[in-house]
Design a protein around this ligand. Structure first.
Ligand code: FES
Ligand SMILES: [Fe+2]
Length: 327
């Protein structure tokens, strides 16, 4: 995992009035929503005797441990120790580790790191995915490291093989480019130019054009968000939610706005999901067999030109890991 990053870890609808205990990034975390609707994330371990706070309950703007009733505020600080009496001051040491959270677009992000900077910027999302889209999400478990699930969604070489009867129909085995465009330090686009093999060698990445911005491309935002921009009105978005070193939850969303009629637009969105899941499962079958599981720059793989999006991902990932380690 890359420290000091905003990770999408849940969807908004997963955190309602009860606290929710989940494993994310190899840790047990509790997410809870106070009565004002604000979501917080704490390490799911009561500083008193190590009970899971997620088994407790929300009382106004506090999370109460089920065992001895200690109450914690959104920063993780214990503010009530019932056994000491309501007038007793609570020592600062009674504090559960808290992580900054951010909720937007139906996702909940957590900033995973040790000391968040004072000027912590909110996480980024896909700027052109406005509110007039309708979407539906499935949560799909993969027995794989999240870096491999990401790489799979950046892999344009596999399309005519793994997806020969779905999105990779047409036997376009030769990979021109692919085109890569870094939009900023932590976001890049991939332009796909696969074609049938006519004997001509693949064009180099700098020989393929950067197409019209309203067209098809893949987009990736570090550390765990991806969009397949199929067109202005149709998108697939994935959040690669790291559970632990060997498990990932793929939050797969289908967005559309070509059908806008009330009821019908829900139906159309819903009807697209089985196909998207089928395609994801074509991938999953092979991705879980990667050896080793976590990706990296030096893991003994022999890469080709068409793997360039994966190389770009690995380079930046490595840089971010080194930067976090130096800090
Ligand atoms: S273990 Fe949580 S209050 Fe005692
Ligand atoms: Fe695939």
């Amino acid at each position: 995992m890359i420290p000091n990053q905003w990770y999408v870890l849940l969807e908004s609808r997963q955190v309602q009035s009860k606290p929710v205990g989940v494993t994310r990034l190899g840790e047990k975390l509790v997410f809870w929503r106070d009565e004002a609707g604000h979501v917080s994330c704490l390490r799911d371990r009561c500083p008193h005797r190590g009970i899971e706070l997620s088994k407790g309950q929300v009382i106004h703007d506090h999370l109460q441990c089920p065992f001895h009733g200690f109450e914690y505020d959104t920063s993780g600080q214990a503010v009530v120790i019932p056994a000491n009496g309501r007038n007793a001051p609570v020592p600062k040491a009674f504090k559960a580790h808290s992580y900054p959270t951010h909720e937007a677009h139906g996702f909940i992000w957590t900033w995973w790191g040790d000391d968040p900077p004072a000027n912590l910027e909110p996480p980024r999302f896909f700027g052109d995915l406005g509110e007039n889209f309708t979407y539906r999400t499935v949560y799909d478990p993969w027995d794989a490291h999240y870096s491999r699930v990401i790489e799979n969604q950046l892999d344009v070489v596999h399309l005519p093989f793994i997806h020969h009867n779905t999105i990779g129909r047409g036997n376009r085995t030769v990979v021109d480019g692919p085109g890569i465009e870094w939009v900023d330090d932590d976001r890049f686009y991939v332009y796909v130019y696969n074609r049938v093999d006519d004997g001509a060698p693949p064009r180099k990445p700098d020989e393929v054009p950067i197409p019209d911005p309203s067209g098809f491309r893949l987009e990736f935002i570090f550390p765990n968000l991806w969009q397949n921009r199929i067109g202005d009105d149709v998108r697939i978005v994935a959040a690669f939610v790291p559970v632990d070193e060997g498990h990932t939850l793929l939050y797969l969303r289908f967005y559309q706005r070509f059908m806008r009629l009330p009821v019908l637009r829900e139906l159309v969105t819903w009807a697209a999901m089985p196909f998207n899941v089928l395609v994801a499962h074509q991938d999953r079958r092979v991705v879980v067999t990667h050896q080793p599981q976590p990706s990296g720059l030096r893991i003994g793989e022999k890469l080709i030109q068409g793997d360039r999006p994966i190389i770009e991902y690995r380079r930046r990932r490595q840089e971010l890991i080194e930067k976090a380690n130096m800090a």
